[in-house]
Design a protein around this ligand. Structure first.
Ligand code: PBG
Length: 290
């Protein structure tokens, strides 16, 4: 987040914090000691910086860009991944540029996703992870990165991203809920699993290096289908709602803490090579002590 001296717990996500860039040092050092080698960054700009076109997302002095540089200063070995999306940065909260009739305009949005990705690469990101679900974005981003000398910046595509209620706590945390309507014109129908394969194939053909299924726990079958159908590394995103449900149940004594391990292990068992989870520190500690 913008500002200074901020380490603020997110009310809907117990144990997860907003950080201002000057407060990152202890956290990055703790992750390093725990053996965590990758971080995924999300920016939350101040409200007055939001506009129609997410300009703050490609500001070289934006919170994410400054955080990338700071993390590399603290630990040059830490690999830094950046979520690429417009919803945290647009005044309307949608993941792209709006048309006059209030639809997200797919192709106009692609230019902006390219600008945002380039800005993160210039700040030193190792990997960009577009989560917007526009068609054609992987090819568009790959082209912009390559044209600017960032051939080695990896693209992790949120390929099968469902229009899920499990993103609720994140939208509170990122202040990114759509101001009208929903995301069903660009995110996927939870009842559909064949479309996940279509989306995966498109992203692979366009040059994705890693493909992702999101959420994870209610979509283990889709993770397994990805594993069976594609030879690329498969990422699974254990999202905010999945985190908060379990965290609260453990806090209230309804479940033993080993339920966290069991749930995250099920994602691994389904075939994920990469697990994105707010439980990363919990799991790292459990693995250290086991
Ligand atoms: C941005 C984005 C979202 C999440 C990651 N990137 C929210 C959404 O699509 O509404 C959700 C992450 C989570 O719930 O943990 N588009």
């Amino acid at each position: 987040v913008d500002g200074e001296n901020i380490k603020r717990e997110i009310p809907s996500m117990e144990g997860v914090y907003h950080f201002s860039v000057d407060m990152l040092e202890d956290e990055i050092k703790e992750l390093t000691e725990l053996g965590i080698e990758h971080v995924l960054l999300f920016g939350v700009p101040d409200d007055e910086k939001k506009d129609c076109c997410a300009s703050e997302a490609f500001n070289p002095e934006g919170a994410v860009q400054r955080a990338i540089r700071k993390i590399k200063e603290i630990n040059p070995q830490m690999s830094v991944i950046c979520d690429v999306c417009m919803c945290e940065y647009t005044s309307h909260g949608h993941c792209g540029i709006l048309t006059d009739s209030g639809y997200v305009h797919n192709d106009k949005t692609l230019d902006y996703l390219g600008k945002i990705s380039l800005s993160y690469a210039e700040a030193g990101a190792d990997m960009v992870a577009p989560s917007d679900m526009m068609d054609g974005r992987i090819a568009a981003i790959r082209q912009v990165l390559d044209n600017n000398g960032f051939e080695n910046v990896v693209i992790m595509a949120y390929s099968a991203k469902y229009a899920s209620s499990f993103y609720g706590p994140f939208r509170d945390a990122a202040n990114s809920a759509p101001q009208f309507g929903d995301r069903k014109t660009y995110q996927m129908d939870p009842a559909n699993s064949n479309e996940a394969i279509v989306e995966g194939k498109l992203d692979v053909a366009e040059g994705a290096d890693i493909i992702m299924v999101k959420p994870a726990l209610s979509y283990l079958d889709v993770i397994q289908r990805f594993k069976d159908n594609f030879d690329l590394p498969i990422a699974a995103y254990n999202v905010s709602g999945e985190y908060s449900m379990l965290k609260l149940a453990v806090k209230q004594g309804l479940l033993n803490e080993s339920a966290i391990y069991e749930a995250v292990m099920s994602i691994k068992r389904a075939g994920a090579t990469i697990i994105i989870t707010y439980f990363a520190k919990d799991i790292a500690k459990m693995l250290k002590n086991s």
